[in-house]
Design a protein. Sequence first.
Length: 146
Amino acid sequence: MTATHTDAAVTDASDRFYDALERMANGDAEPMSAVWSHGDDVTTMHPIGGREVGWDAVANSWASVAELATDGRVTRGDQLVRVVGDLAYELVTERVDMTLGGESIDAEYRATNVYRREDGEWRVVHHHADLDEEFVDIVQRLAGGE
């Protein structure tokens, strides 16, 4: 299948999202603001579990991880993009290497990202990655849950 202009625009939005994700894995969640829609309908389900609904909750979830994250590298592979009108979805495999609160994370996740065209720009409206029990355990230990 040949990429259309729209497919390329969504791939560009994905590039910006993964650049922002890598910045978050190095302690800076601010770039997420530029790639996400800020609506009450945006959602995310991270490898650390739970579900966030609405821009404020989604932004806070990225910021919470960024406060603990250093030395991050996030790459994606096996990318598949589909566009349906003003919505697009992306299936990828994410490779994450980072330090979270002094503990190493080295993992691979299947992820789905949903984009919506808003004022001519593609913005993320949903991110979902596989649940990772080791990641959950680290976050709980850091939060004093054990």
